[in-house]
Design a protein around this ligand. Structure first.
Ligand SMILES: [Zn+2]
Length: 427
């Protein structure tokens, strides 16, 4: 009898252990965990690297040079020391050296990474695409900030070393696009400059772009005014060939150009991605990234054809962002959110979004090179795990609180990991 009781107890203990999911700390309902695992993601925001030849370097994964940042000033979980990144390296490469793994797979290496991070399509936020970033699995999101800065940028450069380096890069990018349009410098008239911008955006579109990216919060605030064209014309015409505009005058031109690009994006069927969260670098102004500043833009009836996506869950402005996704043309991705904080706190915030407008919430990895050891491959892998974990925790908590049933929970997982992106981009 005693032996039988012992066997029963052992069986119960084993059953209890088995009924939990793999990670005893995850608190994710098993049906939700299964849905997370078998749903291939559409990753709304990442910086994958192209395949390079020996000695070649890929500098096009971001428009702002990472080496300009002397002090990353990032939260603890976003440090390359996060054990998830070491785990990612083990899981992806085993005992093989990463460089050898890449070399062996050649041009198919980036797709191999997608296949090993449970990702079907990755939006590649890059200056340009390149080798190995095949257009069926990687969709291009070019940067557009440089179009906002055609005048003398000395005052912005003088702010601090990061602004100096960022702005120099924006100037180089603009010079490159002007040269591609057979222009040596910005045209003397505003209308001609707008034509150049439109042609370049149309070229982006025909080269496969699905969205445009503003990382404006790295350069200035997001209070985009709605100036009159004649004021803008006057400012442009004076300062395009002489002197330096005042900060107020320059802002008027930048605001106009931002709206112009947003409008063109709507016409061309390109979404507009906006960096709205803390940023890398010790001079970044968090207040600049508050997405509430974008509300007048989102409320502009002439821009309702443009679909805006706030990136990185707008951390730490998550509550503000949650209210903004109620607007018909405003979306949000939670790329990097679960390593700007950790998956558990990210899940608590993710829940706000799912309780507001679940059809507007998109998964993203922000996979990008962090350090010599932690590349876009490791961040993509870690994000695929932690991003799913945060989503699973949020959905499970909603089920446990009786807000939704398990079927609806599974549906939310599917929507956030891929269906919402398919709807947004029309795939
Ligand atoms: Zn990014």
């Amino acid at each position: 009898m005693i032996r039988l009781a012992f066997v029963v107890v052992v069986c119960l203990v084993v059953l209890a252990a088995c009924s939990r999911s793999e990670d005893p700390d995850s608190h994710i309902a098993s049906e939700i965990a299964a849905e997370l695992e078998h749903t291939k993601a559409i990753d709304n925001h990442a910086h994958p690297m192209r395949v390079v030849a020996g000695g070649e370097q890929d500098r096009e994964f971001d428009a702002l040079p990472a080496d300009a940042v002397q002090q990353p000033a990032m939260p603890v979980p976003a440090s390359p020391d996060n054990p998830m990144f070491a785990r990612a390296r083990r899981e992806l490469f085993g005992s093989e050296a990463k460089a050898a793994a890449a070399k062996q797979r050649g041009d198919s290496y980036p797709v191999w990474i997608l296949n090993h991070t449970n990702t079907e399509i990755m939006l590649a936020n890059r200056v340009a695409m390149g080798r190995g970033l095949s257009n069926d699995r990687f969709k291009w999101v070019p940067f557009v900030d440089m179009f906002l800065f055609p005048l003398n940028n000395s005052a912005i450069k003088q702010k601090d070393p990061e602004h100096a380096a960022f702005m120099k890069n924006e100037e180089n990018l603009l010079a490159g696009y002007l040269a591609a349009a057979q222009l040596k410098s910005p045209p003397l008239g505003l209308d001609d400059y707008l034509i150049f911008v439109t042609h370049t955006l149309e070229k982006f579109k025909s080269d496969g772009a699905v969205a445009l990216k503003f990382e404006l919060a790295y350069l200035r605030d997001l209070n985009v005014g709605d100036p009159k064209k004649e004021d803008v014309e006057r400012i442009y015409t004076i300062y395009v060939q002489s002197a330096e505009p005042s900060a107020e005058e320059y802002k008027v031109l930048q605001d106009y150009l931002f709206r112009y690009i947003a409008h063109e994006a709507g016409r061309l069927g390109l979404a507009v991605h906006i960096h709205t969260s803390i940023g890398v670098g010790s001079y970044f102004r968090a207040a600049n990234a508050n997405p509430l500043a974008l509300e007048p833009l989102f409320n502009d009836p002439t821009l309702r054809k443009t679909r805006f996506v706030m990136l990185h869950a707008a951390w730490p402005f998550t509550r503000e962002a949650a209210t903004l996704i109620l607007k018909p043309n405003v979306y949000l991705d939670y790329s990097a959110f679960y390593y700007l904080t950790y998956p558990h706190p990210a899940a608590r915030n993710l829940r706000f979004f799912l309780e507001m407008a679940p059809e507007k919430v998109l998964y993203g990895s922000d996979a990008s090179p962090f350090s010599d050891n932690v590349g876009w491959e490791e961040t993509a892998w870690a994000a695929s795990k932690m991003g799913r974990q945060a989503l699973g925790l949020a959905v499970t908590a909603m089920i446990e609180d009786g807000e939704i049933n398990t079927e609806r929970g599974k549906r939310l997982v599917h929507m956030v990991l891929r269906e919402n992106a398919r709807q947004l981009y029309g795939w």
